[in-house]
Design a protein around this ligand. Structure first.
Ligand SMILES: [Zn+2]
Length: 147
């Protein structure tokens, strides 16, 4: 979480209040053990992407806006895409994993906490791929989380 916050705020002299508040909120939630740590991390990463202008779409097609649910997911396109907009490299995640990520982004903890472990793992993989794409190079510390 700290490394991601640092990477998103490396413009000297520019205040990053939203990113700061997200980080404080995430660390507090982690310290109080209010949710599973990997869910707290993924929620933080998704919201960090959002406040920095890279919010992924989990419903409407990220390219043409076709109303969801859409079944393909493309990191390069910005989230889920429809059958017409899918590009090589698109994946077809489970509907449950996409629903989980949408819940984490919007703060629907009831849905997120009820997710099955395999959907949590699948969702984490998508978040990691998406974050890496937008930060251009991988975050070193994420490898330890993935283990
Ligand atoms: Zn489309």
């Amino acid at each position: 979480m700290l490394e991601t916050a640092e990477r998103f705020t490396d413009h000297e002299g520019e205040p990053a209040v939203q990113q700061y508040l997200l980080l404080v909120g995430g660390l507090r939630t982690l310290a109080r053990a209010e949710h599973a740590p990997n869910l707290i991390l993924d929620a933080f990463l998704l919201r960090s992407l959002a406040v920095n202008g890279y919010a992924p779409s989990f419903d409407d097609c990220a390219r043409c806006g076709m109303p969801g649910p859409n079944r393909f997911f493309s990191v390069a396109s910005g989230g889920v895409v429809c059958g017409d907009c899918r590009v090589p490299g698109s994946v077809v995640p489970s509907a449950e994993a996409v629903e989980l990520l949408s819940a984490l982004l919007t703060g629907d903890w009831e849905t997120a906490d009820a997710s099955q472990a395999r959907h949590v793992r699948e969702g984490s993989g998508l978040v990691s791929a998406y974050l890496h794409w937008h930060l251009e190079r991988g975050l070193r510390s994420l490898r330890y989380v993935e283990k």
